[in-house]
Design a protein around this ligand. Structure first.
Ligand code: NJP
Length: 262
């Protein structure tokens, strides 16, 4: 019960990786505070957590792209619990398309949720963490935030932004007991692909790399309370990402076509 008594706020907790993180931290004694737009899905996930762990997770309806709603919901959570120990910025979505066919309103929506949503939640909670000189922010970015691939220009841009934002924040907080961890998964089997890849083509092409959301959640839960810079999974894709960052031109010409899986 490593996380007993901890209050862990998770955005995008109504399905996929967020729901699994909630289950894992509840299993380690924490109270998950579950944020998402769908109250119905949140209720189902909270019932499952109660059945499996006996923990009462706390659901709150929130669209993270609405900064004033973020502020109001975090105030309500703080009024109720007094403290928040951990923030997992997980809410996000992707749309895979060629940029010349992209809908710019959809691009804006992706930036609003994936980037400004992360910033709004972090900005709201950071003063609370600073007063207590304690806290952990875990941002679910992506290996797409390290290596951009075709048909994900906007999605990759949002995740590069999350990685850059997290890196700067970590340096700003270096003299404190507030940790910033970036989580960069490859493909994970969740509802994400219902929006990102309705044809199923990408999912088929990356089947051998596909992670279960439980695997990512396990690593996230294990990192809580530790000064860990990044979680990069799966191992094979992380090796590829590191090589890419060292030799981008070489890899563009050698495996650029192979990287086009969408
Ligand atoms: O996807 P999914 P994942 N405000 O669709 C919520 C990243 N990632 O678990 O609002 C608040 O099952 C939505 O809830 P609802 C990915 O970019 C994934 O895979 O009720 N919440 C749901 O709970 C994302 O950042 C893969 O519809 C909002 C959750 O977000 C994170 O992992 C690979 C919201 C999405 O759950 C979790 O995605 C990778 C809003 N405006 C990174 N909009 C992957 N799956 O392959 C959505 O590298 N949500």
């Amino acid at each position: 019960m490593r996380l007993t008594g901890k209050h862990v706020v998770i955005t995008g907790a109504s399905s996929g990786i967020g729901a699994q993180i909630a289950l894992k931290v509840a299993g380690q004694g924490a109270t998950p505070v579950m944020l998402a737009r769908s109250e119905e899905k949140l209720t189902t996930v909270c019932e499952n957590i109660k059945n499996v762990t006996g923990v009462d997770a706390l659901p709150y309806k929130l669209d993270v792209s609405d900064a004033s709603a973020v502020s109001a919901v975090f105030d309500r959570v703080l009024d109720r619990l007094g403290t928040i120990d951990v923030l997992v910025n997980n809410a996000g979505f992707g749309v895979f398309d060629l940029f010349h066919e992209a809908d710019i309103d959809e691009a804006k929506r992706m930036l609003d949720v994936n980037v400004l949503g992360v910033m709004a939640c972090t900005r709201k909670l950071l003063p609370h963490f600073l007063v207590r000189n304690s806290g952990h922010i875990l941002n679910i970015a992506s290996l797409a935030g390290k290596v951009a691939t075709p048909k994900s220009a906007v999605y990759s841009a949002t995740k590069h932004a999350v990685v850059g934002f997290s890196n700067a924040l970590r340096l700003e907080l270096a003299g404190t007991n507030i940790y910033v961890t970036t989580v960069n998964p490859g493909p994970v089997e969740t509802h994400f692909f219902g929006i990102a890849d309705p044809s199923g083509e990408y999912v088929k092409n990356v089947a051998s790399f596909m992670l279960a959301p439980e695997q990512v959640a396990e690593k996230v839960a294990a990192a809580i309370g530790k000064r860990k810079r990044e979680i990069n999974v799966p191992f094979s894709m992380n090796v590829g990402a590191r090589l890419y960052q060292m030799f981008p031109s070489v890899l563009d010409s050698l495996v650029g076509k192979w990287m086009n899986k969408k």
